[in-house]
Ligand binder design. Structure first.
Ligand code: CA
Length: 186
């Protein structure tokens, strides 16, 4: 091999090494990117107003790396409220959207049939039971599944919202978890 050819090959080889390091670097950066928090009309549960039994937990599986839950009975003395909600145990979303009719898409999780429901209400309207096992989505913990807020086995409930509305989730079964929600125009 003559000296000129050797020199050219060496330069090409060095360039290839630099390129491969560069590509590896880009790939590593992409792989390490944390999940992004959702953007409007999406609301992270951990950014809502928490009262009483509701707490924030961290998880790589959750949007924004966090979600909200009510600790299970074995962890604390928190009990289920199967008859009526306790107004002190609540998760409150302050919604700001274009007035209109919306379905509410939620990302929820529960360990079993004893941790898969909330009470839900908008503003001062009557509350209702939202149980996410009705769609067959049980034992999803720790992964979240997408569902729509609904009463019993009904179709997704439609909400007529003003520009500003308050959407409240109350504790019904300890252990139920909510990652985020999104307003879907209907
Ligand atoms: Ca979240």
């Amino acid at each position: 091999m003559n000296r000129l050819l050797f020199s050219v090959l060496k330069r090409v080889s060095n360039l290839a090494v630099l390129l491969s390091f560069g590509l590896i670097g880009i790939s590593a950066c992409s792989g390490e990117m944390a999940p992004q928090a959702c953007l409007a009309p999406c609301y992270e549960a951990e950014a809502a107003v928490l009262r009483g039994a509701f707490v924030i937990s961290e998880s790589d599986l959750a949007s924004g790396n966090a979600y909200v839950r009510t600790p299970e009975r074995l962890e604390t003395d928190i009990s289920d409220h199967m008859e009526v909600p306790d107004p002190n145990d609540r998760l409150e979303f302050r919604l700001t959207e274009k007035p209109g009719t919306y379905a509410i898409k939620v990302w929820v999780a529960g360990k079993d049939l004893a941790s898969d429901s909330f009470y839900v209400r908008v503003n001062d309207e009557p509350y209702f039971v939202y149980s996410f096992n009705n769609t067959g989505a049980i034992e999803t913990y720790p992964e979240f599944i997408a569902d729509f807020v609904r009463h019993g086995n009904d179709d997704p409930k439609l909400f007529v919202l003003d520009e500003q509305a308050t959407l409240t989730f109350y504790l019904r079964e300890a252990g139920a978890a909510l990652d985020k929600l999104e307003l879907i125009p209907r």
